[in-house]
Design a protein around this ligand. Structure first.
Ligand code: 13P
Length: 236
């Protein structure tokens, strides 16, 4: 399974190094064979060799240039980063990224062979309109995206579940995942208020290939427990 920690705008460089080293030690000690990703804050990126895959939370569709506040592939290459999150709801809804700019970024990083974790998800007002409206909304987020890209992972993260402690029911997660799987056979993660004590049920749900965790993974011990949980499910 795929277990990913999105550290967002949290942890210093020093704390991030220690976080990733703790995950690495856990993977070595336990021989867990899950695919583990950590997405540090931009200023906490480091050169890392090990089982944990370090990814960028964001980057601009450029090698370098005059894009104040952004980073490009020149900066990612320094840390051997070949994985990126694209379309996260915080970038769509807080930072104002449009589907058009997201498609441009997706194609740029796809052409470079990056592993892309592409996020989709609906806000509460859309969900309240019912399943048909909601699926149409999610479909628009697949517009212009190569769903057959071999290095693609998709994450379904309902906007209203992110950082709120709310989650869809397990039945809803399965239903939506199975519908989204008709659009792409890429591995499909669930994200949105996954916690150490809810990870097992979510990971066991039909159509769920892993989790993308924010606040629930800030404590590295909890993150490691989630990795172990995935391992236990796979080897049961
Ligand atoms: P939370 O786990 O804090 O809800 O965040 C989820 C998320 O946005 C992961 O990308």
């Amino acid at each position: 399974m795929i277990i990913a920690s999105n550290l967002k705008t949290n942890l210093t460089r020093e704390k991030t190094i220690s976080y990733i080293m703790d995950v690495e030690k856990f993977l070595d000690d336990t021989n867990c064979e899950q695919e583990v990703f950590v997405f540090p804050a931009m200023s906490s990126l480091n050169l890392h060799f090990g089982k944990t895959i370090q990814g960028a939370q964001n980057a601009y569709a450029t090698k370098n240039g005059a894009f104040t506040g952004e980073i490009g592939t020149e900066q990612l290459e320094e840390f051997k980063i070949k994985t990126i999150l694209i379309g996260h709801s915080e970038r769509r809804h807080i930072l104002g990224e449009t589907q058009k700019s997201i498609i441009k970024k997706f194609n740029f990083y796809k052409n470079l062979g990056f592993k892309i974790i592409y996020c989709v998800g609906e806000p509460l007002e859309v969900r309240e309109e019912g399943i048909d409206v909601m699926m149409k909304y999610l479909e628009l987020q697949y517009d212009g995206i190569d769903v057959n890209y071999k290095n693609l992972i998709i994450a379904y993260e309902p906007v209203w579940a992110i950082g709120t402690g709310l989650t869809p029911t397990l039945k809803d997660i399965s239903n939506i995942h199975l519908k989204l799987k008709e659009k792409s056979s890429a591995p499909l993660l669930y994200g949105g208020s996954v916690k150490v004590d809810t990870a097992k049920d979510i990971l066991e749900s039909d159509g769920v290939d892993g989790v993308l965790v924010g606040s629930g993974a800030l404590d590295v011990e909890n993150f490691c427990i989630m990795i172990q949980t995935a391992q236990n499910i796979e080897t049961a």
